[in-house]
Every structure is written in C-alpha cells, then in structure tokens.
Design a protein around this ligand. Structure first.
Ligand code: MG
Ligand code: MG
Length: 262
C-alpha cells in the first residue's frame, strides 16, 4: 500500500533513489541503447529480416561491454523485440519475418551495463508509409515527450499518465491499457508501474533520483490486445496499427534527464 507520500524523507516501498554515480552508469547503459537505435534506424528497410536486426543490435550491445537485457528474460529468445504493424510489443525476431515497404516496426532495446539497465523503444517506418501510419508515429512520439515533460520533482505519477493519455486521445487514437511503463535501474522492471492513462494530481509524488521507463503504446483503433500462440507477441485485437516509443529517464532537481537519448 502506498501511503506515506507527503513526507520529504519518505517514499513508497520498493522505489529506490539513484545517486550521481549510479545515474552516470545508467546513462552509459542508455547511451549504448541509443547507439543501437541509431544503427537500427539506418538498417530498417524493405527486404531485411527481423533476425538480421536482432543480430546487429546484439553485436553493438556486446561491443560496448554490455549484455542484451531481454535475452533470456523470462525465457525471451532474442536481444530485441520486433513488433510489426498490428503487433504492439514483444514480437520475436525471425529470419522469416521480412520487412515490406509500408510496414511500421516497433523495436524495443535493452542493454545492461555494469548491472544497470537502459530500456528504449522506437517505431520505424519501412520505406514509404501511409499518412495514417505517419500520424500514428508522430502522435505516439509526441505523447512520450508529453509524459517526459511531466517527470519533474514535486509532480505526481498521475501527471505523467494523464499527459500521455490526453495527447493520444486528442488525436483520436487509443492508449494500450494492459501494458505500461515502469521503474528501471538494477532490474528492467522495478516499481512503480506507470500507466499510460490516469488522472493528474494522483499517485506517488516524484523525487530526484527516481528512474523510470516511460513507454506509450498506441493503437489507431481499440486498445484491447491479444497474445499470439508463441506466448510473447502482443497485438491489437481489432488488427489496427500500433506504435511504441520509450525512453529511460531520471527525475532531477530540474529538467528530466533522458538517459537513452544520444
Ligand atoms: Mg522497452
Ligand atoms: Mg520498458
């Protein structure tokens, strides 16, 4: 139960504040993740397989002295998640999944560096995409930044959730409700859970040193999801397109510090 929110020296159970040395290590993890995304962005094109993207990402992560956070996580068989079109998250790279002109692909990357995790997802266009897909990508990325802008000391968790939801819904899209952001640090998933919908002024008060992964997942249609028989791939129930943008950040005394930006 989260009760003691107001006292300056208290925080909800399980939430850890990172010091400057720890944040510097998280920044290194985040920088590696950003470099992977830079390379993936250049590699995404019609004709490439998602397994080739996975191989590329793993090599860059390991070349930087880090390990792929996702590989083996609860049995996940790859270093990145690759989710195409109506797939929202947790798609498994495969040599048989070949990107086609007009696809969109969400790629989630995690790197662990000296025990600290960086986690960031981006949705990429494959060649020329439809105007609707372009709008989905733009609105989802904007929603991420709207959430990041609320990640300030003294604000509450619900301020982040509400900002993301308001931006998405003002453009006629829906936020996925069954998955959301999270605390991140020593482990990829730490408390708190950070919903992509909610009410401003509610929830935990934010303090410097908290580290979060914010990750709006957005559907053109309804937010209901289903999971494939592989036990991983999550897609929209109605088959509508979905996008996913994520950054790892630290709450500071001032502006939020986006740890997974270049
Ligand atoms: Mg992620
Ligand atoms: Mg995440």
């Amino acid at each position: 139960m989260i009760r003691s929110l107001s006292g300056p020296r208290t925080k909800p159970a399980g939430i850890v504040l990172r010091d400057a040395r720890e944040l510097a290590l998280m920044r290194e993890a985040g920088r590696i993740v950003a470099k992977v995304h830079q390379a993936l962005g250049a590699a995404v094109r019609p004709g490439i397989s998602t397994a080739a993207l996975d191989t590329l990402a793993e090599r860059i992560i390991r070349d930087h002295g880090a390990v792929p956070t996702f590989l083996g996580y609860r049995g996940f068989p790859a270093s990145i998640c690759t989710s195409i079109n109506d797939e929202i998250v947790h798609g498994i790279p495969s040599p048989h999944r070949i990107l086609q002109e007009g696809d969109i692909i969400s790629i989630d990357v995690g790197a662990t560096y000296h025990g600290w995790v960086g986690d960031s997802a981006w949705t990429y266009p494959v060649g020329e995409i439809s105007p609707q897909a372009q709008r989905l990508l733009q609105v989802t990325e904007e929603a991420l930044w709207a959430g990041i802008a609320q990640a300030r000391a003294g604000h509450r968790l619900g301020d982040i959730s509400a900002a993301i939801q308001a931006h998405v819904e003002s453009h006629g899209f829906s936020v996925i409700r069954e998955y959301g952001g999270h605390g991140v640090g020593r482990a990829m998933h730490e408390p708190p859970s950070i919903l992509n919908y909610g009410r401003p002024g509610t929830g935990m008060r934010l303090r410097p040193g908290m580290t979060f992964a914010l990750e709006p997942m957005v559907a053109v249609g309804h937010w209901l999801t289903r999971t494939d028989a592989d036990g991983w791939t999550v897609r929209t129930q109605d088959g509508s397109l979905s996008a996913h943008f994520e950054h790892t950040l630290a709450v500071t005394e001032d502006e939020p510090w986006v740890l997974t930006a270049l």
